[in-house]
Structures are given as structure tokens and as C-alpha cells.
Design a protein around this ligand. Structure first.
Ligand SMILES: *Cc1c(COP(=O)(O)O)cnc(C)c1O
Length: 365
């Protein structure tokens, strides 16, 4: 037999590692910023009834019109002049939304700009799509200096500039003025500004207010966090109609299955419940922040459903392991650039938050 000669992967992928968020089997999982509760019981019941009536032999609606209309209706209050389905693009999680944006507007021979530390998938997806990634930095409080941003955009002319507000994993929102300034700079070089608002419903303001047919801005959101539906894998972008039309060229036909389209429409009926959950999490976040304030850790103010913190007298890695030993899993950011020794805890139920604070108290004592 001849020796198997393995095909060689694309050279630009050779040194890349995949994206990993370890899923360890512990009681209290506060590592991926999921909502601590499912959507209302009624949602599951109505979904089950609709699925029983589904024509499984048929392809789904390729344009996902009902879903995009329902998203447009839900978000229209935040957008000047309202919103139509043709300004909404939906895909399998906002990660697929980001990938579609990169496929359409970045790729080989083009560059994207991110401000680190931020959501790792922005760089990762851009690289997988073949683009070069340029990094800007942040200040001590993880803010972005407007003049530095404008300089990086004008000098490098990136095809896409990514912002994330509230920023994962640091937690803060960007001031409106910074986003507006970024948009002007990006437009002056013919680029696109993407604002990732996965935690948008926690934020006091949104980049949706800056949207318009004449603006090179797209805002991404997801069902994974505030809508309590990470299992659904559904996210969306809101942007000008011309951009949405380009994005539909790069997705595969029928990329959104029928159950997902139905579930998405149903989930949006429970907006009031979503806002109540957000309010409850904000209250819990205050409680966790107070608990952290009594311990030997530095924490950063959060406008999302998680808090970034750094143990002052022990290595982040050791504290992470000690928490796991107490049955509590948080995100280990200790080895991420710019986040040395940092850990990120998702806000959970009151019981989970107490478990976390108790475990951290023991881990630090
Ligand atoms: C969680 C998260 C997402 C969500 O991705 P999905 O694919 O929709 O689950 C996107 N962006 C940021 C910044 C996130 O934290």
C-alpha cells in the first residue's frame, strides 16, 4: 500500500488554532454569557405545536421573510425612520452574520481593524475569510481613544472596522460620539463599520440610532444572550438595504432551517419578558459587583451580563482552577493579550451568583 499523503491545508490556516471555550461539566456554568433561564414555557408549547404542523418535506422560505419582518418590527423603534425586512439579514448565530459580512466585504487582499481586547471571533472569522487583521489598542479602562481610532482608519484604510458595545470581555459601552466619529472616519476611506451589539439590550444607547441608507454602518445582534435562546443559533444584522442585498449573495441557499425561522418569530413575541430578565440581571450584576468589591480583586464596570475581574494577589489561572474545584466555571481570560490574570464571570441566577461569590471567597482566602 502506498503511504497516505494528506492534503495540505491553506497555508494561511496552518498556524491558526480553532476557537475554544472549554465546556467542563460542573454545577454552576458562568463562562459563556448565556442567559440563566429559558424563554417562557408558553414559547416551547407554541413551538412544539407549530413543529407538529410543519411540512418537513419542503425547503424553508429562502428569504426568511416572516422572521426578518418580525425582527424589523421589534427593532424599528430604535432606528430613525423605522425599519423594513429588507434592512434585516438573519443567519445561524451572529457569528455566521459576522462571517457573511467578512465574506462579502473583507477576504484576501483586504484588511479588517479590531480594538483589543475584544471578542476574539472578529479577528478569527476575518482570518478564516482570508483577510489581514490589524489591531488597535485600548486605554487602561478599556476605552478607545477617538483620535487614535481615526488615525488607524485613515492610515490603514481597512475594509471593515469592528467595534463591540458593550464590549466582550471587558463590559463597557462605547460613547455615541466615539461610534459617530468612527463612522465618519470609516466612510472617508470607503470602509464599513460593524458594531457588534450582542449585549445591546443592556446598553443605555445603541448604534442603531446612526443607521441610514447613506451610512456605511451595520449593527449585529443575537438571540443567544438577552433572548435566552443560545440553543437556537440565530443572529441578525441591521443595515442599509444595499448591504443586506450583498450579504444574501454569500450565504448558502436555505441556510436558515424552517424550525429556526418559526422559533425566531415566536421568541420575539416575548419582548416584555426579555426586558424583565434584563432588568433582573442588571440587579444581580449590582449584587455581584458589590460582592467583588469586598474581595481582593480589581473589577471593571459592566454594561452587560458579565463582569471582568482580576485577582490582586493570586494568579488568574490558579483562581480559575480553584473555582472549578468548587464546581463553578468562569471564563479564563488569563492568557489573552491585554488581559493578564483576568477572569470573566457571567451573571447567573441569584443562587448561582451566591455560589460564585462563596467559591471565590474561599479561593482567595
Ligand atoms: C456571544 C457573542 C456573540 C454571539 O454569537 P452567536 O453566534 O449569536 O451566539 C456575538 N458577539 C459577541 C461580542 C458575543 O459576546
Amino acid at each position: 500500500m502506498t503511504e497516505l499523503r494528506r492534503p495540505r491545508v491553506r497555508p494561511d490556516l496552518e498556524l491558526m488554532t480553532g476557537y475554544h471555550s472549554p465546556q467542563i461539566d460542573v454545577d454552576v456554568r458562568l463562562n459563556t454569557n448565556e442567559a440563566p433561564e429559558s424563554p417562557p414555557e408558553e414559547f416551547s408549547e407554541l413551538l412544539a405545536a407549530e413543529l407538529r404542523a410543519l411540512e418537513w418535506n419542503r425547503y424553508p422560505d429562502r428569504s426568511a421573510h416572516s422572521l426578518r419582518s418580525a425582527i424589523a418590527e421589534t427593532e424599528s423603534a430604535g432606528v430613525p425612520g423605522g425599519l423594513g425586512a429588507d434592512q434585516v439579514f438573519a443567519a445561524n448565530g451572529s457569528n455566521e452574520v459576522l462571517q457573511s459580512i467578512c465574506l462579502a466585504y473583507a477576504g484576501a487582499g483586504r484588511s479588517v481593524l479590531t480594538f483589543e481586547p475584544t471578542y476574539a471571533l472578529h479577528s478569527h472569522i476575518a482570518r478564516v475569510c482570508g483577510a489581514e487583521v490589524l489591531h488597535g489598542g485600548r486605554d487602561e479602562a478599556f476605552g478607545i481613544a477617538g483620535d487614535e481610532l481615526v488615525r488607524l482608519v485613515s492610515e490603514n484604510r481597512p475594509a471593515i472596522t469592528f467595534l463591540c458595545s458593550p464590549n466582550n470581555p471587558t463590559g463597557g459601552v462605547l460613547p455615541n460620539e466615539t461610534v459617530a466619529e468612527a463612522l465618519d472616519a470609516v466612510e472617508s476611506v470607503g470602509g464599513l463599520l460593524v458594531v457588534d451589539e450582542a449585549y445591546g439590550q443592556f446598553s443605555p444607547h445603541s448604534a442603531l440610532a446612526l443607521l441610514g441608507e447613506q451610512r456605511s454602518l451595520v449593527v449585529t445582534r443575537t438571540f443567544s444572550k438577552t433572548w435566552s435562546a443560545a440553543a437556537l443559533r440565530l443572529g441578525y444584522a441591521i443595515g442599509p438595504t444595499w448591504l443586506v442585498a450583498e450579504l444574501s449573495k454569500v450565504v448558502l441557499p436555505y441556510h436558515l432551517d424552517a424550525p429556526k425561522q418559526i422559533a425566531g418569530v415566536l421568541a420575539l413575541r416575548y419582548g416584555q419578558e426579555m426586558r424583565a430578565r434584563v432588568a433582573a440581571l442588571v440587579e444581580q450584576r449590582g449584587r455581584v459587583a458589590e460582592g467583588l468589591a469586598d474581595l481582593a480583586v480589581t473589577q471593571w464596570p459592566s454594561d452587560a451580563n458579565f463582569i471582568l475581574f482580576r485577582p490582586e494577589r493570586r494568579r488568574g489561572e490558579e483562581v480559575w482552577q480553584a473555582l472549578v474545584d468548587h464546581g463553578v466555571l468562569v471564563r479564563n481570560c488569563a492568557s489573552w493579550p491585554g488581559l493578564e490574570d483576568c477572569l470573566r464571570v457571567t451573571i447567573g441566577t441569584p443562587v448561582e451568583n451566591d455560589r460564585f461569590l462563596d467559591a471565590l471567597r474561599s479561593a482567595l482566602s
